[in-house]
Every structure is written in structure tokens, then in C-alpha cells.
Design a protein around this ligand. Structure first.
Ligand code: MG
Ligand code: MG
Length: 254
């Protein structure tokens, strides 16, 4: 069951999304060689709570961290730890915040210091693939159109797409219907309607897109240890261009 959000619900989604966007800006400023990932998570949680929200992922299905931090070959769901970021690392931070019963969920991937040309191209492709999907997210489009848009852009850049994780509806719960795959065929899947809120989140890899879960039970990494990147935004379908819910108007992130 996919339900369009009311104007009041969209206000709530926007407020939750703004907490997420501001948290990501804070993390982007903190990311530098030498910082421990647990310090990033601690600061993110402090900030989210200072805004009257709670970190959605903490305790979600038992997840132990306040946010997900995935480095290099880690694709998604990495755990904050004592590990220090190093020059050249590729770090994805995925933030969820629940405010007044509404959930925001977004992710960015950031290079630590100077990164390789391949890492830069991979990060750019994950962000551009996300925006390619947003560009076609109009009423009357199919969910498959979004996946097709991600897939064609990412493959044209020479990268692969992890298919076992995908985007999702979002609202009062972190994961609502429909699933939003990052591959697909034009004209397939549910037809988008105004008021739907969707989190779109391509997870892409420089090598094989086969992934495994680490023994910690959470961290998903590429089997061949090739680099991965992940961007995510939550949007609301409108009668025109979709509204990006996870940001304030202050800047362009991600
Ligand atoms: Mg997320
Ligand atoms: Mg998500």
C-alpha cells in the first residue's frame, strides 16, 4: 500500500529532512584524516538530539550505531568504530533522523583529503545517478524509470550497481512501500503520484557489484574489495519537479 502524504505530513517530512541535511553538512566539515568514525557518530547524535530529533538507525533492527559510516570497499551499513580516517579514503555517511514521528534519511560520500581520480569519478557517478533518477521522478513515471535512469548513467561511467540494496518509500517509518531499485526497465513498476515520498539511494562499485556482509553482521562490503560509493536523498513527488526533503535551502548538498 503506497499512500500519498498530506500537506501536513509533508511539512513534518521537510522538518525531519532538514535535520538530516544539517547533520550531513556538519559531518562533511568534520571529515578529515585522523578523525575516528565513532567521533563522527557521536557528534551526529549530539546534533540530531539538539534539534529535538532522535537518530533513526540507532537500535533499528538492532543496529548499534547512531549513523552508518562505510569506508572504501564498505558499501553500506558500516559501524562507527575506533578506526581513524586516512588520507585517500572514500567515506560514506548515512544519516537518519526521526522528528515528531517523521523520518528523514540521506547519505553522502566524501573523499578524505586527496583521493584517486577513480575514487572521484565513482563518487560523482553515485551522486549523478541519484540526480538522474530525481530528474525523471514525476507523476505518471514508473518506479522502474528511476532505476533505469540510475542504471544507464552509472553503467555509461563504467561502474556497476549493487542490486541487493535499494531505495524505499519513507514517511512515519524508515522503510515504506514501494521499494525503489537502482536498476530497472522504463515503464515497469508502480506509477508515481503526487505526495509520495521516496528515498533514492544508488550504491555503486568500481569493480564487481557482488557484496558480502562482514562478520559484525552489518557492514556490507564488495566481495572483491573494490571501492563503493553511496548517495541518498528523500524526495516528495509533486505535480512538477520533485521536492528534495532532506535539505534546507541554504546550499546544494549533496
Ligand atoms: Mg540512508
Ligand atoms: Mg534509505
Amino acid at each position: 500500500m503506497i499512500r500519498a502524504k498530506s500537506a501536513e505530513e509533508l511539512r513534518g517530512m521537510r522538518q525531519a529532512g532538514a535535520v538530516v541535511g544539517d547533520t550531513l553538512r556538519l559531518l562533511r566539515e568534520m571529515i578529515a584524516p585522523g578523525i575516528r568514525t565513532r567521533a563522527l557518530a557521536k557528534e551526529a547524535e549530539r546534533f540530531i538530539r539538539s534539534r529535538g530529533a532522535v537518530p533513526t538507525f540507532k537500535g533499528y533492527q538492532g543496529f548499534p550505531g547512531a549513523i552508518c559510516i562505510s569506508i572504501n570497499e564498505e558499501a553500506v551499513h558500516g559501524l562507527p568504530s575506533w578506526r581513524k580516517l586516512r588520507e585517500g579514503d572514500v567515506v560514506s555517511v548515512d544519516v537518519g533522523a526521526t522528528l515528531n514521528g517523521y523520518v528523514g534519511d540521506s547519505a553522502i560520500t566524501v573523499g578524505v583529503g586527496t583521493i584517486s581520480a577513480q575514487a572521484r569519478a565513482l563518487i560523482d557517478a553515485s551522486r549523478d545517478g541519484l540526480h538522474a533518477a530525481i530528474d525523471v521522478a514525476r507523476p505518471g513515471a514508473h518506479v522502474g524509470d528511476l532505476g533505469a535512469a540510475v542504471e544507464s548513467l552509472v553503467r555509461a561511467r563504467g561502474f556497476d550497481i549493487v542490486q541487493s540494496y535499494c531505495g524505499h518509500g519513507i514517511g512515519h517509518a524508515l522503510h515504506e512501500d514501494p521499494q525503489v531499485p537502482n536498476v530497472g526497465d522504463v515503464g515497469t513498476g508502480p506509477i508515481l503520484e503526487p505526495g509520495w515520498c521516496l528515498a533514492i539511494e544508488p550504491v555503486i562499485t568500481a569493480g564487481s557489484a557482488q557484496v558480502i556482509v562482514e562478520p559484525d553482521g552489518w557492514t556490507v562490503r564488495t566481495r572483491d574489495r573494490s571501492l563503493a560509493a553511496h548517495y541518498e536523498l528523500a524526495i516528495a513527488i509533486t505535480s512538477a519537479a520533485p521536492e528534495i526533503l532532506s535539505l534546507t535551502s541554504r546550499d546544494e548538498l549533496p
